[in-house]
Design a protein around this ligand. Structure first.
Ligand code: GLU
Ligand code: ZN
Length: 295
């Protein structure tokens, strides 16, 4: 059984880049007669924008992207993350680290963590420390169903944080735990998270979770070549242009929608798109300028 998901962070409204990720994961799930779950990744209160979650949910509904089951909120799942952390601790796979970014940079000349606290143990438990996963400097290899063969190793894959010194959970740990618990089999998302898959796979292996398959779609860039993001103020999706936005997203995803669908009802566009969905047609890169033309 295929189970997919869309997992937006409530740091702003959905933009055209989010629509591409939501639509691709929805169509991939539905064309496999699978479930498509919705999870709100609200793990980082300082980065959250009040009201963003409900706006995201309403926008998905207005685009006809209906999820299966209850919405899952990461903010209500701290006990699961704690359980996983305890397990990693028992397995001897995490360690305390109290290095500042500055100290790491000064020691190694770059921002990748050098494993300093693995050897010189943090004994003062009253200080602020984070928990890091010990990658043992292994190389992680995997296949992405769109991007092909991948591998990552030290220093790009360095011992990464699973719980921050401000006591917030790291995205890597939460996503591995949640995807496992939700029974996710296939992850379709933007290519900005491609390298994060290596860390998630390392955790999945350590915690003996079921494997997941990854498909990373190309990133939508603005005219300056920056990724569309809530941070660089990509415009929110407009509820006035639902059919044309869906149509344009399908074009970018290489699905070649029938021109007649441009002015069709969203439900008809989605129905056709599910029938025609072919992941092999997704390009490795969108044509230059294409995204900015499409808004
Ligand atoms: N919440 C993450 C984000 O919006 C995505 C999580 C995921 O798809 O794995 O960047
Ligand atoms: Zn350290």
């Amino acid at each position: 059984m295929y189970i997919g998901r869309f997992a937006p962070s409530p740091t702003g409204e959905l933009h055209f880049g989010s629509l591409l990720a939501a639509l691709a994961s929805y169509l991939d799930a539905k064309s496999h007669q699978g479930l498509w779950l919705l999870r709100i990744d609200d793990l980082d209160p300082p980065r959250e924008i009040p009201g963003a979650s409900s706006k995201i949910i309403a926008k998905l509904e207005s685009f006809g992207l209906e999820w299966d089951g209850e919405i899952i909120y990461q903010s209500q799942r701290h006990h699961y993350y704690q359980h996983a952390l305890d397990k990693l601790l028992t397995l001897g796979l995490i360690y305390r680290c109290n290095c500042s970014r500055k100290a790491i940079q000064a020691r190694s000349g770059h921002s990748y963590y050098d494993g300093h606290c693995l050897n010189s143990k943090v004994t003062d438990k009253s200080c602020n420390y984070s928990w890091r996963f010990n990658t043992e400097r292994k190389i992680i290899c995997w296949t992405d169903d769109i991007q092909g063969q991948q591998s990552l190793h030290y220093p790009q894959l360095a011992d990464f944080i699973v719980k921050r010194s401000d006591h917030l959970w790291a995205y890597q740990l939460a996503v591995a735990v949640d995807d496992q618990q939700m029974g996710i089999t296939d992850i379709v998302r933007g290519n900005d998270l491609l390298a994060e898959s290596a860390k998630q796979l390392a955790l999945i292996t350590a915690l003996k979770y079921n494997p997941v398959k990854y498909k990373h779609i190309p990133l939508a860039l603005n005219l300056l070549g920056q990724k569309l993001s809530k941070q660089n103020l990509a415009p929110a999706l407009s509820s006035q242009k639902i059919s044309s936005s869906l149509f344009q997203a399908l074009c970018l995803l290489g699905q070649n929608p029938d021109k007649a669908l441009l002015h069709a009802e969203k439900s008809d566009i989605l129905k056709q798109a599910i029938l025609n969905w072919n992941v092999k047609r997704i390009p490795l890169k969108y044509p230059d300028d294409s995204v900015s033309r499409y808004r």
